[in-house]
Design a protein around this ligand. Structure first.
Ligand SMILES: CC(C)(COP(=O)(O)OP(=O)(O)OC[C@H]1O[C@@H](n2cnc3c(N)ncnc32)[C@H](O)[C@@H]1OP(=O)(O)O)[C@@H](O)C(=O)NCCC(=O)NCCS
Length: 154
């Protein structure tokens, strides 16, 4: 498995596959919506996991305020789960964020995504709140540049 940062030509090449995977994993997302969320956010990071040139995982986020990164969306192809792909994407993301000087990373998840919640907690995130709505969102934050994760694997 390889992890790539998508920019320029690589982004143009793999974006359709990323969107198709997102639709399978989390639901509809148009290229237009993706671009509109990322527009005006110079400090964004799009990572993909590739197996034999096929996109099997992705993780996308951006700086939401100075020093704080928001890990917006991500997922792994159902045929390739529990092989450490999401963990590898997260480890790479956090390493790059630390290098870029970010102090914290936040994300949100929901009860119906227990895998992400468990991976996040095991990777050093803390639950810092919830957002009420049609479906409660769990807000997670991790301080970067700190100790290894609780289970020592990331
Ligand atoms: C959550 C998701 C990204 C995990 O991807 P993955 O590549 O299978 O995860 P990994 O293999 O890296 O798992 C790492 C660890 O996370 C935890 N984990 C992952 N999926 C889990 C699950 N379904 N149940 C319980 N723990 C889970 C485990 O601790 C696992 O370690 P282990 O396999 O050694 O026990 C994937 O299941 C997915 O795409 N889910 C749907 C989309 C989603 O939830 N996106 C996030 C929305 S906020």
């Amino acid at each position: 498995m390889r992890i790539l940062r998508l920019r320029g030509k690589l982004l143009a090449r793999h974006l359709p596959e990323v969107l198709a995977l997102h639709r399978r994993v989390l639901g509809p997302l148009s290229q237009r919506r993706l671009r509109s969320v990322l527009r005006g956010r110079p400090r964004r990071l799009l990572l993909v996991a590739l197996i034999e040139d096929r996109v099997v995982g992705y993780k996308i986020g951006y700086e939401e305020r100075p020093g704080r990164f928001y890990s917006w969306i991500g997922g792994v192809d159902p045929d390739f789960r529990r092989r450490g792909i999401a963990r590898a994407l997260m480890v790479r993301q956090h390493r790059l964020l630390e290098k870029a000087g970010f102090r914290t990373v936040r994300s949100q998840t929901r009860n119906r995504y227990p895998g992400m919640l468990i991976l996040s907690i095991r990777s050093g995130f803390e639950i810092i709140g919830t957002l009420a709505g049609e479906e409660t969102r769990i807000v997670l934050e991790k301080k970067l540049g700190r100790s290894p994760a609780l289970d020592g694997q990331s």
